[in-house]
Design a protein around this ligand. Structure first.
Ligand code: ADP
Ligand code: ZN
Ligand code: ZN
Length: 805
């Protein structure tokens, strides 16, 4: 029997299956979807079995070395989904499969140098020979860290054949195991055995007496502590056949020891009922249909999800719920855990690789029926899928911006089709693409236009910050916002202050000559970090000391600019010293669990003001929050991105939705420097439908999605002339082959012109109908492959570009 294996090298020349002979001993257990170890050239690599065939003609094949899994990690559905993904996004097959499994299952490789066969140590130069004292294998990493200048010498010896490079594969899987003691006979038989134990075997008697009735088993270490016994006691009982000790996998449960208050379904409002009916019907009839649940913030979308999932579970099926990473807050998780308890697995980036793997295994072993997770949870290995929900479907984090460049929405709908199950896209501010499809009837539109219990949406006021400045207010708080903050403080109510992280963060600027600190490797300004008093590049990690004088003109008037959350915090401390402030941004939430801790402190009323970035815009639901302030609404409007208005509208709507969700009425103050922009105006009126119409007109006239599709080709090379030349050739290649109506823009410099010393250019393809596009780009990549191999040119393709950065 032969296994067709795809190996762990993402490169075009190995983007196909290789045949391996399955050794007789493994024939019975090998199955498609398993990870295997196979020899590949001088290396041993990890791979996936895609299929198994019978073929007697090949005898010279290499043998498969090892099966790495007792059961397949990729289901047959995922195997075909991987093929589809690789065709849709033009990624390598191995890249598609790697995206579907937890990172703990990905192999790591270690390189080692060893003397080639029939070579002698004496042929090595002395400084290399030294390394081989007492050892035959020298880890590559050791040389890199201790004597990097020697690396070229090693490399020459490899080229000359004196040394060879050996690849060692490590499986990262770590399963936590514990020993559990089980009774090994019936209670009656054990009672007899117990009575027969000699009187001096006191510990054995005690232990057996206890274990006898514990059919579920007892953790050995607990047992030993309980009776102050030693391991030999258990061993003695084991020898008598009274008990067995089994090594059992222990799940690292990130929610261990937490109580979840059980919740029961609420009586739905008429609107909720009406929205849910067709969804449940599709679940019942096992029929694919995509729904758009457009509901204002607080309209009870989550309750609709919960009750639809209920219907799925009653059919014995499974559900995937995707939520954006930043709204995977404990509050959100609690709502699902509270309703479905231990039937829910949770997957988000805050978990360690081991925890993620454990959650994933619960799905694989059918121990749970619901997964709530971020983007990659769309690949959950359920085999009886009954529903997929994408909450906040407009969120840009559903698009992966590295290979495979997939959008979770597309994957969800494809899985929905394959599994004959409905997909629900939910949002208060649907993406234009999705709403347009709902308008056309491609998706079924369900709208919840009122908040539950007819609570009012909060009143929103827009403040013109230029006006404030003209009136002499140089603070970052308008008079109005400040007065309202004071008022809340007096009344003991809570406020949320929101600052957009994107846009201009705190860069440094010389007030005399206008010098701005920039990264020497990437064309982007450096960000000031107060804690270490350094300037850092967010793209490559470059860091330097904050200069005391301007590097360009020596002036001492060099200072950081823009308002970071730290600066706001400082100003609050000056202006409202009595206010207790919790700050939430990347800096204060980098440690594991800190995000959750800060939120629960705020929830317990331990602070008056929650100050933060994007991460506080979603999913928060605190009854005492009656004021939301947006410090600068327009920072995102000026990004070189055709979705800038849409994102501004969505964000403002989300943030405003945090206020007045319960009995107390809410108020929102939006500070802006571009008053009058339709996205800000319409967000303040909670008017999605008008925004949709205006923005659609803009998109149509500029030929952007949803009227046109966008495919983006990015090129990079250390030499600017080479990258210009290559991108021009590619644009020419495309112009010759694509249809007249298709627009090919560029090559132009990318919005970030250089990253890590590589110059970047891009070509954008705007098209309405281009059925052969995938094939043509594939041919282009093949055509330019020699340039990539020999010259180090990078070409990356995004078949469905969401942004232009
Ligand atoms: P959304 O997800 O649309 O923002 P939520 O599901 O968070 O809205 O609902 C807002 C609030 O209304 C929550 O506190 C929720 O418990 C409550 N709620 C939802 N549906 C009902 C209902 N049918 N009856 C009473 N309260 C409800
Ligand atoms: Zn940099
Ligand atoms: Zn200067």
């Amino acid at each position: 029997m032969i296994a067709k294996v795809i190996v762990d090298i993402p490169a075009s020349n190995v983007n196909k299956t290789f045949d391996y002979l399955i050794p007789k001993t493994l024939e019975a257990s090998a199955q498609p979807g398993m990870r295997v170890a196979v020899p590949f050239g001088p290396r041993k690599l990890q791979g996936f079995i895609l299929s198994i065939t019978k073929d007697a003609t090949v005898s010279k094949l290499k043998r498969l070395q090892e099966l790495l899994d007792p059961v397949p990690v990729l289901t047959s559905e995922l195997l075909s989904l991987g093929q589809w993904l690789s065709e849709e996004t033009l990624c390598f097959l191995i890249t598609a499969f790697q995206a579907m499994i937890p990172s703990a299952l990905k192999a790591t490789y270690k390189k080692e140098f060893a003397l080639s066969q029939e070579q002698h140590l004496s042929s090595l130069p002395s400084q290399v020979m030294r390394w081989f004292n007492h050892r035959t294998h020298i880890p590559y990493d050791e040389i890199v860290t201790t004597e990097p200048e020697l690396l070229p010498v090693f490399q020459k010896l490899v080229t000359a054949g004196t040394l060879e490079v050996i690849y060692k594969m490590n499986d990262k899987v770590t399963k936590k195991k514990i020993k559990v003691v089980y009774p090994n006979q019936s209670v009656g038989a054990l009672q007899t055995l117990l009575a027969a134990l000699p009187p001096q075997a006191l510990k054995q008697k005690e232990v057996l007496h206890y274990v006898m009735n514990e059919r579920e088993g007892v953790v050995q270490s607990d047992l030993l502590t309980m009776f102050d016994a030693s391991r030999s006691t258990v061993t003695a009982l084991e020898k008598k056949g009274a008990v067995v000790v089994i090594d059992q996998e222990l799940y690292r449960d990130p929610f261990a020891g937490r109580e979840f208050k059980k919740t029961t379904p609420l009586t739905l409002t008429a609107q909720q009922e009406e929205s849910m009916r067709p969804m449940v019907a599709a679940v019942e009839e096992e029929r694919h249909e995509t729904f758009l649940l457009h509901g204002v913030t607080g309209s009870g979308k989550t309750e609709v999800y919960l009750q639809t999932i209920e219907a799925v579970l009653q059919k014995g099926k499974e559900a995937i719920v995707l939520v954006p990473e930043i709204s995977l807050t404990p509050q959100m998780v609690l709502r699902f855990k509270g309703r479905f308890g231990s039937r829910v697995a949770v997957m988000h980036s805050g978990l360690s690789a081991g925890e993620k793997y454990d959650e994933w295994r619960k799905i694989q072993r059918k121990e749970v029926s619901v997964v709530v997770g971020a983007r990659s949870a769309v690949f959950a290995p359920f085999e009886n899928l009954g529903l997929i929900i994408i909450d906040e479907e407009h969120e840009s984090s559903y698009k992966q911006e590295e290979n495979p460049r997939y959008h979770a929405r597309d994957v969800a709908i494809h899985r929905g089709l394959m599994n004959h199950c409905p997909v629900i896209l939910g949002s208060a501010t649907p993406s234009l693409e999705t709403y347009a499809r709902a308008q056309k009837g491609v998706y079924t539109l369900c709208e919840l236009l009122e908040r539950v219990n007819s609570r009012e949406l909060p009143a929103v006021e827009i403040v013109d910050m230029r006006e404030e400045l003209r009136n002499g207010n140089r603070s970052m708080f308008s008079e109005d916002l400040f007065a309202k903050l004071q008022d809340r403080l007096q009344k003991g109510e809570q406020s949320v202050l929101f600052l957009n992280r994107r846009g201009y963060s705190s860069f440094i600027l010389c007030r005399d000559c206008g010098y701005v600190g920039e990264c020497p490797h990437c064309d982007i300004s450096l960000t000031y970090h107060k804690k270490h008093h350094t300037l850092r590049c967010h793209y490559c990690g470059y860091a330097e000391e904050m200069p005391t004088n301007c590097p360009s003109c020596e002036s001492s008037y060099i200072r950081f600019f823009g308002t970071g959350t730290q600066k706001v915090e400082e100003e609050l401390a000056k202006l409202l010293p009595e206010a207790r402030v919790i700050r939430m941004d990347v800096d204060t939430t980098s440690r594991k669990g800190s995000h959750e801790k800060l939120l629960s402190q705020f929830g317990e009323g331990k602070a008056d003001i929650l100050l933060g970035t994007q991460m506080i815009a979603k999913g928060l639901d605190f009854p005492k929050v009656t004021l939301v302030g947006v410090l600068a609404a327009d920072t995102m409007l000026h990004l070189p991105d055709f979705r800038a208005s849409e994102k501004t509208f969505q964000l403002l709507t989300q943030v405003s939705g945090r206020a007045g969700r319960h009995e107390l009425e809410g108020e929102v103050v939006i500070q802006s420097y571009t008053v009058g922009h339709y996205s800000i105006e319409l967000a303040s009126k909670h008017d999605y439908h008008t925004f949709y119409k205006e923005e659609m007109a803009v998109r149509q006239s500029h030929r952007y999605p949803p009227y046109y599709y966008l495919t983006l080709l990015s090129f990079s090379h250390p030499d600017v002339l080479k990258v210009v030349d290559a991108s021009e050739k590619c644009a020419g290649y495309l112009r010759e082959r694509l249809s007249e109506r298709t627009l090919i823009l560029g090559p132009v410099v990318s919005p970030i012109a250089r990253i890590k010393d590589r110059y970047r250019y891009q070509v954008m393809i705007k098209y309405k109908n281009e059925p052969a596009l995938s094939r043509i780009i594939q041919e282009l990549l093949q055509h330019f492959q020699p340039l990539m191999d020999k010259e180090g040119l990078h070409i990356s393709v995004d078949m469905n570009a969401q942004q232009m950065m």
